[in-house]
Design a binder for this molecule. Structure first.
Ligand code: PFF
Length: 445
């Protein structure tokens, strides 16, 4: 049977952008900006995104499209069957862990979408404790997590062209329109100006090693790097496509989306005198208070949580596909069987994460609950490790001529050919050294 693939350039692009744009942009980026000094953090984030993350993105693209295989087989075949295949396996397992707890947050968005549809944020009583009430309870978040994971699985089971691509093609434009609409509305609120100043006036005194490490970790997370995701999607991309163009377009849309999310959220938070530094609770605790007070707040709330849900889904499907491709191609599972097995695994890990706010909250690792543990471990440590190994693989294990060949489509893309020298230098030296330096100083700092 021939391998499924993306049907069009636009389809491949929105699927990749869909993987990148997710909870990371709407939920994590704004609160990290809040915690780490506003615009100064954004500037560091932009520099790291293009100097370090874009070359890693391109490296993953090269691995995937060169091999046209799942991540495990890609590492195995491109390295002539060496131990690098274990790195491939690593990049398949990690997204499953992330998917598990990501699905819990996806579930919260479903719950909040339903709450907005029943106008629960108006009439402030109860809004303050709404988030704690939800996450500490047993059944509601479990049910929502199940629902989210089920939808993710159903989209993936249909396949690349008819499932993932079709879904992303409809949902990504919708997502952009909703978030731009909310941003414009947010800017019209009285007092919005302060939110904009907060986002765009840099205060470099806040930039230390920890903030840089946070920016790098966020850039990895946001661009879905260090996992087999981009690699796997790239393996379905046509050989005629331009890797440089597709990668840059994804990175730019991801960045733009994060900024627009910031503009949608911060001015509104300031307009109603709330605290922008409320950490992970910004979206689920602070924003409902904003929606409760703003004119037409219920409608904005519905649109916002719909956007959050859609963004989460276009990312979660990309995480699941990594392992599905592996089981189908290497272990000869049918697509349905692979999806069912992975659904069960992710459901169990996710359920544990979900319960770790309530019935299992007594289990603590390193001062946090299991959810925090999985989040920290995968997004700070494992993604960094995965990204480091990926650039080392491309820069030091693959042949330069093969990377050149893939990046320039056999020498036919003259602009890429001109850029290759710089790219090769970044991949071989700058990226690995910068990743190690920032990671280590973040640990010490
Ligand atoms: N990039 C996604 C986000 O910003 O929410 C998260 C993500 C998706 C991480 C896919 C990793 C991944 F493989």
């Amino acid at each position: 049977m021939s391998r499924d693939s993306f049907g069009s350039r636009f389809g491949a692009l929105v699927a990749m952008a869909g993987s990148a744009v997710g909870l990371g942009n709407l939920w994590r980026f704004p609160y990290l900006v809040g915690e780490n000094g506003g615009a100064a953090f954004i500037i560091v984030y932009i520099i790291l995104s293009f100097l370090i993350c874009l070359p890693i993105f391109i490296s993953e693209f090269v691995i995937g499209r060169r091999s046209q295989k799942n991540a495990y087989a890609a590492f195995r075949d491109l390295s002539g069957g060496s131990g690098w295949r274990w790195v491939g396996l690593f990049t398949i397992i990690v997204p499953l862990v992330v998917l598990s707890y990501y699905s819990v947050i996806g579930g919260w968005s479903i719950d909040y979408l339903l709450k907005s549809c029943t106008f629960s944020f108006t009439g402030a009583s109860g809004v303050n404790t709404m988030f704690t009430d939800l996450v500490t309870s047993t059944w509601a978040p479990l049910l929502a997590h199940t629902g989210f994971l089920l939808v993710t699985t159903l989209i993936v089971v249909v396949g690349i062209k008819d499932g993932i691509e079709k879904f992303s093609k409809v949902m990504m434009p919708l997502l952009f329109f909703i978030v731009i609409g909310i941003a414009i509305y947010s800017l019209t609120l009285e007092g919005a100006q302060k939110g904009i100043e907060y986002l765009f006036n840099p205060d470099f005194s806040k930039i230390n090693a920890k903030a840089c490490a946070a920016a790098l970790g966020q850039a990895f997370f946001s661009l879905s790097l260090g996992f087999g995701t981009i690699m796997t999607y790239a393996s379905y991309v046509d050989k005629k496509e331009n890797i440089m163009f597709q990668s840059t377009a994804t990175a730019v849309s991801d960045l733009m989306f994060a900024m627009i999310a910031g503009v949608a959220i911060m001015p509104a938070v300031f307009a109603f005198g709330l605290n922008p530094q409320s950490g992970p609770g910004l979206v689920f605790e602070t924003l409902p208070l904003v929606f409760g007070q703003m004119p037409a707040g219920s409608l904005v709330a519905i649109l916002f949580f719909l956007a959050l849900l859609v963004a989460a889904l276009t990312s979660s499907i990309s995480m699941l596909e990594v392992a599905v491709a592996y089981l189908v191609e290497e272990k000869k599972f049918s697509r349905i069987a692979a999806c069912i097995v992975l659904f069960i695994i992710c459901w169990v890990i996710g359920a544990v994460c979900s319960l770790s706010f309530g019935p299992l909250s007594h289990i603590e690792i390193d001062g946090g609950n299991l959810f925090d543990f999985f989040d920290n471990l995968s997004s700070n440590i494992l993604m960094t490790l995965g990204s480091l190994l990926t650039v080392l693989f491309v820069g030091w294990r693959l042949k330069k001529t093969d990377v050149y060949d893939e990046f320039t489509n056999g020498g036919t893309l003259s602009r890429n050919a001109k850029l290759f020298g710089v790219l090769w230098f970044l991949i071989r030296f700058v990226c690995p050294l910068a990743i190690i330096a920032i990671f280590v100083s973040g640990l010490i700092g």
